[in-house]
Design a protein around this ligand. Sequence first.
Ligand code: HEM
Length: 465
Amino acid sequence: MTIPFEQIPGPQMPKNLFGQINSVRAFSDNLIKSFREAFAEHGDVVAMQPLGEKMVLFRHPDHIHEALVTKSKSLKKSREYTDPKRGLARFVGTGILTANGDFWRRQRKQVSPAFHTQRITAYADAMVTAGDKMLSHWPVKGELDIAKEMMHVTLDIISGTISSVDLTADADRIDAAMDAINAYNGTFSVMPTWIPTPMELRVRQAVRDLDDVVYNMIAEWRKHGEDDGSLLSMLMLAEDEDGNHMTDKQIRDESVTLILAGHETTANALNWTFKLLSENPDAEAKLHEELDRVLQGRLPELADLQELPYTDMVVKESLRLYPPAWGVSREAVEDVEIGDYLVPKGALVSLNFFEMHHDGRWWDEPNAFRPERWSPENAENINKHAYMPFGGGPRVCVGNAFAQMEANLLLATIAQRYSLTLTPGQVVIPDARITMYPRDGLPMIVEKRDVVVESHVNQAEAIPV
Ligand code: HEM
């Protein structure tokens, strides 16, 4: 029996416009909490009509699988991504993350080879080196905002892999642009974009800065024009079936997309991992034991990862409890049935991985941090459809393998040398915008462990503290 949109349970919206604006603002103020309450009250499928826009929320693995995999053709990336004025496209243009249809298919085909295992393994050393370099600036003991540290180290890695041009001098501009993107996407506004509000001016500056950095990178690459192993050279040299190269605007859009998609997510994965390890000292002790035993004071290398199963289990469990891409949205291109529910053409579909990852129907003790659930014996019993930190179907994260390698290598590099503890009394509040991040940063006490590790950073480069 098909249930039409009008009969799907959900919250009633106020009748007048101001009431509706207030209620949308209140809902988007704390998305994680708002979604949780909506599901708790109405069940697995919730219909809403904020400001007249039809929206259906899902959290059940079967529904999410149907939307992303079996019925992916009936759902496209939603306006939140594609709208050139208010969506992510304002910043990243029409790149692989925001495009739809044939254009997306062509771009995905051209970008994917850059992420094949053979190609990305070459980046492993750069990942460890970036971690090693960061640690050379850390005090023996002291407080740091780990959220900032993780954002910088992952930006360092992605910019180093995208281009052989050193972007260190642009790190602050890229950082500010990323902050603007998050602030913009997290702020509900009914203001037209031609009004130069402080937020609008910030957004325009961010777009100018991203253009500047990336077009400059393209110009630098053209000076030699050869495959230097970077993602940029892959993009520059890629040809479609007709032998055409991407235009500079396409290269710009794909590069900004990869910078954006490729660093904040991994930074947040590590933020949550360190928070969880601080709250779970037994798990941290096991991790340290594994790193000390396997690495014996050497910096980790790609080949070590297969000898570090516990490190991998920690990352997997952290991605379950705090999936940085906590949910994704789509727009129905035609009437489509998901489960028994009819999603009308044009309606938005919100797929909530966070709720699915915390659901007691699929996970024992869903809120507990238990890396052991990912051990080879236990992992067999896991409902794989209930775990989607990298999404699924044709639009699954193209950087999935890159991200897992990076998170594992950085965790190994950092935890081998340092123990990180939450500042006493601190409550870390997850906030959800495009990604889920610690709302007020992540101040932690870092303390050097009593192990000798052969750093590769030249002592002259290390800043004495
Ligand atoms: C822990 C880190 C990461 C997480 C949790 C993550 C998660 C995701 C998710 C859930 C999607 C699907 C979005 C959707 O269906 O709407 C996605 C897409 C994507 N990710 Fe990642 N990602 C991570 C790291 C990376 C990295 C390192 C890169 C690149 C270097 C990357 C590049 C992309 C791109 C380009 C897409 C769009 C793919 C498409 O639409 O065809 N991601 N990511």
